[in-house]
Design a protein around this ligand. Sequence first.
Ligand SMILES: Cc1ncc(COP(=O)(O)O)c(C=O)c1O
Length: 531
Amino acid sequence: MVHLATVNTPPDSGSDESDTTAELKKVQHQLSKVQLQLADEDDSFTTSVYGSRFANQDLPRNEMPEDEMPKDVAYRMIKDELSLDGNPMLNLASFVTTYMEEEAEKLMTESFAKNFIDYEEYPQSADIQNRCVSMIGKLFNAPVGAGVGAVGTSCVGSSEAIMLAVLAMKKRWKNARQAAGLPTDRPNIVMSSAVQVCWEKAARYFEVEEKLVYCAPDRYVIDPAETVALVDENTIGICAILGTTYTGEYEDVKAVNDLLVEKGMDVSIHVDAASGGFVAPFVVPGLEWDFRLKNVVSINVSGHKYGLVYPGVGWVVWRSAEFLPQELVFNINYLGADQASFTLNFSKGASQVIGQYYQLIRLGKKGYRAIMSNLTRTADYLTRSLEVLGFVIMSKRSGEGLPLVAFRLPDAAGGGEDGGRTYDEFALAHQLRVRGWVVPAYTMAPKTNDLKMLRVVVREDFSKARCDALIADIKLCMGLLEQMDHASVQRQQDFIHRHHLTSSKASHNHPKFRKEKHSIQGKHGKTHAIC
Ligand SMILES: Cc1ncc(COP(=O)(O)O)c(C=O)c1O
């Protein structure tokens, strides 16, 4: 913005001002108070992004700017800012897909403008969703035939899928209790203390008491007998996880199911197969965890994890319509077409569903099997290499769990808290970060002796060559840490602990919401594994 320049009209000589001059001065004085906001012409003289004034200003943060900025400048400025994010390829913390083929990307980009909920306008996208539900239901061995039929829907991710499944279990339980004239005010759900945070949210948001089955120092999954023992008349269902976020281990769904059957207990099991749902059917097809088990009523899976689609898609499937209470489903008449809908959100993009369909038909079972087999081999190779480096392995191998490696530094070998070692898992994670790798360190679920651990998720784009590069860097970083003197490591460690372990102190966290005490993390101080 430029200000209007005052035109000075000093007298030519030192002579007295005439009335006219005095009048003019008065007008000038008043004019100088008026600030005109003229369009800024400066930028029209440069076509270079970094020559424009925007390159020399802060990007707007808190308030929407009044003015426009050229599109190429906006693109470049935001792209530059995002370059400070980590490289998704080196982010070994996340299960979420970081690679798709160009053809899939093209299809998805072409569908950006489609609102998935607009069934009338985009009937093909709706039909593609239904095809995906059918394929996924069959992959999970949903019963088929006359009078039966699984139902399901796409979601934004497993979290929304789990919310819907919890709502369905709660409503079904409530309907049955009301029909029997029994109280319905204290519903509970039985689940592992290693659940992903979305389960805690679902329980809290929908007012269902959490009954936790705690992990133990030598067991990172639920104990089936303990799980079934926690069930009472107010239990809406049991959650079993096919691949926990911490160690990737599969919970023994069959053992829980068989115990319920043996005891004649008609209690629903929901399987949280967020990650395992697209792994187990290909790597360990004989493992019974899905609708083959009588009490499994619903299953969720994240399309954006091992379903191999970019973030924003999950699925939930019910064994049959019987498990999805009618009153939760809305028939939406959108522009004349009736469509049954059970979602938390209304509008969403169609791209992710289309991306899922692409992967399902492009890869087929053979393609998924090939990819998941390679990931399992790579995870086994990484496991063996880390063992050679002296780490304790906490994850399963050879397809008995997800293709990931959870590991920790060995316990003290006699004397000293850590056998003379001066650094911990957080320091190693920090050092690897300097090399560009994101390998998260976190503390295990409660009641596991506050074990610290590291985890590498083996994703589709984590090839053997990349795995070798990681192993070399882990070796290098351990060497570096071992050479550092105790005081420096301690100072670095204190810094890391302050900034990594206590997210409640993060500056972006509103003071009102820091130090919450209602979550498993808030109560026990464990950190959530990144997913
Ligand atoms: C076992 C489990 N359940 C649920 C979720 C939540 O899934 P989403 O990120 O798809 O909402 C995750 C995420 O990692 C998970 O690992």
